[in-house]
Design a protein. Sequence first.
Length: 330
Amino acid sequence: MSTVGNSLKYGMIWWLEICAYCSVDLFALLSGWLGIRKKRYSTYRTLELITIVICYCIVITLVFCIVSPGVFEGKMDIIKGLIPYLLGRYWYIMCYIPIAILQPFLNKMILILSENQHKQLCILSVLLFSVLPNILNRDYFAFNDGYSFIWLVICYVIGAYLKRMEDIIYKKSKKTKDIFIFLVCSILLLIGKTIIDFTFNVDSQYFIGYTSPITLLMAIVVLAFMGKLKIRYCKDIVKKMSTAAFDVYIIHCHILIFDVLIKDHFKWISNMQIFLIPITIICLVVILYLLLTLIGIIREQLFEKAHFNSALKRLSSKIDDILYVEININ
């Protein structure tokens, strides 16, 4: 950047993005953390997610067709709005669904391992698929920078191990220590990027990405921090917000919502005073999250009134009798 002020703003915005990078790994770790202790399995959540995605795609596309038909240059744009999941959007859900289906079999294989063997598997996976490719800056194993099913599986395995070792982790880890590690990691990534960018005049993301061991460590300490939080009030509200988390993702990542309403529409933030940038971004993120969560809660109520959930439960029970009957009996 040409001025010190702009350089500081650039660094501030990049630091916020670096902090947010671990969110994908965190979701994947949570899947393992929450899923490894399940006793009974069902395809209901998978069917629900598929239904939610299809419904949102139809509704969002119809709304744009009515309110702003000019955004569609042709029939292909309408098709992209209706089936973005077949065109590369919603990669996380597309990779998460097979994990959800295979979860009981993954858990069976994981729990056969002793805790020490499970730890060795996690260490080897991180060394082979995270540390080595990031040090050499080469995607040797076609992980596509973490936008892949196999990376989510690795995070699931690590999250499952963290759950098995939950008591030990809580004894050794403190919330202040978690915050300190997170801040140190994020600042190290920012410093590394800044040095490389200005030394070689490039826009580098060396060690910044989903498969980065530092990003993964940041996600782990956030998970550990969250695990120590004691929610005493508004538990029902928190539960409803958590169930609507995928709604937030599905809505704001839809090709029409993101490309038309979000992309390149917040450049004005870079013109603000540097101390206002993080405050403004955080406030906008919170407002957007709460607004989309409200939409998700309304969608959930509509599904209940339309008996969608009941129909999905009946369908999932029939599929479960085929896929999981022996596992659920055990």
